[in-house]
Design a protein around this ligand. Structure first.
Ligand code: SF4
Length: 495
């Protein structure tokens, strides 16, 4: 597996927020996707769109409820079409299966189309350790590979890079003159990669869907690289999560509309490639061998948890990232692992383990925008709350996210809010301290008498470091109420 940096979330997000270049890149691309998505909804009409979402969710829910049946059906149909289906419990098993194929087929060059699961497995270093030349062929992934970075978005891996960044990268790594014309840069990548497609012995792809009734692997792309990876080399390996199975071709039709329209606002992607088994005797092209590796790698844990199971419905469209106010400020790398954004904050703790990623469920304002845009109606905020509850109440110290001091403060707050007398006493004391600003140690420091600039005590001052906290008013709501003027807001402002 690639290095897991999820426990660095606080430090990494603080650093990302301070990066104006990153903010500009995020604003430009993610908001463009979001606007295009809204246009598609208008075009389809919101009623029809909602109907598609409901239908897609029902298909996913049904498949996940009967996953053993559909995996069995998929196995039979992949095998009947002449392919081989492998199940991998974890990253090591998946990498071992690929390594075995590579060694026994004398593979020297591999081309890859975009696959988040292969990122999850850390497959590229494994292949390189076997002496295989690995070429990412999705343009965004190619840029990331040259930059020796990891993707920062589910559908736009190089979203954090500007065209100037890419031009500099191409000059440095490919030795070509600096040229920031996007058309020229894409042409350069095409020239480099075209040769590799022709030389590769192995093509590795992910899968957007796998259809159980036919044993078909489906990938949707805009660049045609996926089709070349799956049809030009003599061996094709598809690698995907076991949740990507859907029952039938008829079910596929709804996802072929919903996925691109939610992801980038395109009506349909330029290429929809379907692979069923290896090349047949009357086929003009195609691989001699077809392998499909279905990866668990922690997904069974999600399946076993009724509160988090619906995370397996995700079709990785990225719409929840494009709308998320947290992602919009920190980008994808701050999340510290393969899956960023709101759905990453749910999936990563389940896949890498809650103790390692216990901060991620806090990476949300719980505004609910992710739930609203999700094409399969996944209730991400509910799952984030469930994970927060797990980290707050877990008897296992390693899983608990809040330090002892924070839990003490929460208990104190609960006591305060459940006792009017205690609350009034605390408010009166706070007001007194507020008036004695600069005179008494630990009193709050106010800004123009309206905002608390720095709250007292280290824990509270951390809260006000990046948040506005209004000063305590001269009269509380209860006091105003007792005076009978609570329903007159203009009076209330004057007191
Ligand atoms: S959770 Fe929903 S919106 Fe987010 S990537 Fe998955 S399918 Fe798309």
């Amino acid at each position: 597996m690639p290095e897991i940096k999820t426990s660095d979330f606080s430090a990494a997000s603080t650093k990302a927020i301070a990066d104006p270049k990153l903010r500009r890149a995020l604003d430009r691309v993610a908001s463009g996707f979001h606007v295009a998505r809204l246009q598609r909804i208008e075009e389809a009409t919101p009623q029809v769109w909602d109907g598609w979402k409901t239908q897609a969710r029902e298909i996913k829910a049904h498949t996940i409820e009967h996953l053993d049946y559909y995996l069995d059906l998929l196995y039979k149909n992949v095998t009947a079409a002449g392919g081989q289906l492998h199940f991998a419990n974890d990253a090591k098993q998946a990498n071992d299966i690929v390594s075995h194929i590579v060694r026994t087929r004398n593979i020297k060059i591999a081309t890859k189309s975009k696959s988040m699961v292969s990122e999850e497995l850390g497959l590229n270093p494994v292949l390189e350790s076997l002496g295989v030349e690995v070429w990412e062929t999705d343009l965004g992934e190619y840029i990331i590979q040259l930059a020796e970075e990891t993707p920062s978005h589910l559908v736009a891996p190089a979203l954090h890079k500007s065209k100037e960044d890419v031009a500099e990268l191409f000059t440095e790594k490919l030795g070509i003159p600096y040229d920031e014309d996007i058309y020229h840069m894409a042409a350069t990548a095409r020239t480099v990669l075209r040769d590799k497609f022709m030389q590769a012995d192995l093509g590795i792809s992910g899968a957007n869907f796998v259809v159980a009734e036919t044993g078909t692997l489906v990938i949707i792309t805009n660049e045609g690289n996926g089709r070349l990876c799956t049809s030009a080399p003599r061996v094709h390996i598809g690698i995907t999560g076991m949740e990507k199975v859907i029952p039938s071709m008829q079910d596929l039709s709804i996802f072929l509309r919903l996925l691109p329209q939610s992801a980038t606002g395109q009506r349909i992607t330029s290429y929809v490639s379907m692979t069923t088994g290896p090349r047949r005797s009357d086929d003009e092209d195609g691989p001699e061998e077809f392998h499909l590796i279905l990866v668990d790698n922690g997904r069974s844990r999600m399946l076993a948890d009724p509160a988090l199971r619906e995370a397996l419905y995700c079709i990785r469209c990225g719409a929840c990232l494009n709308i998320c106010p947290v992602y919009a400020r920190i980008g994808g790398h701050a999340y510290g692992w393969v899956y960023p954004g709101p759905i990453g904050a749910v999936v990563s703790p389940m896949l890498v383990g809650l103790p390692q990623a216990k901060e991620l469920p806090q990476a949300s304002s719980l505004c609910g925008a992710c739930r609203e845009v999700c094409p399969v109606n996944i209730d991400i905020p509910r799952m984030l709350l469930d994970l927060r509850k797990k980290t707050a109440e877990s008897p296992d110290r390693a899983q608990r996210s809040a330090p002892k001091s924070e839990r003490m403060m929460a208990r104190l707050y609960a006591k305060l809010m459940s006792s009017p007398r205690l609350l009034h006493w605390a408010v009166r004391s706070g007001r007194t301290l507020q008036r004695l600003e600069h005179l008494v140690p630990f009193s709050p420091v106010t800004k123009g008498g309206k905002w608390i600039k720095k709250a007292p005590l280290p824990l509270l001052s951390r809260w006000t470091r990046s948040r506005d906290l209004p000063v305590l008013p001269n009269k509380t709501f209860h006091e105003l109420w007792d005076q009978g003027i609570a329903d007159r807001p203009s009076d209330a402002r004057d007191v």
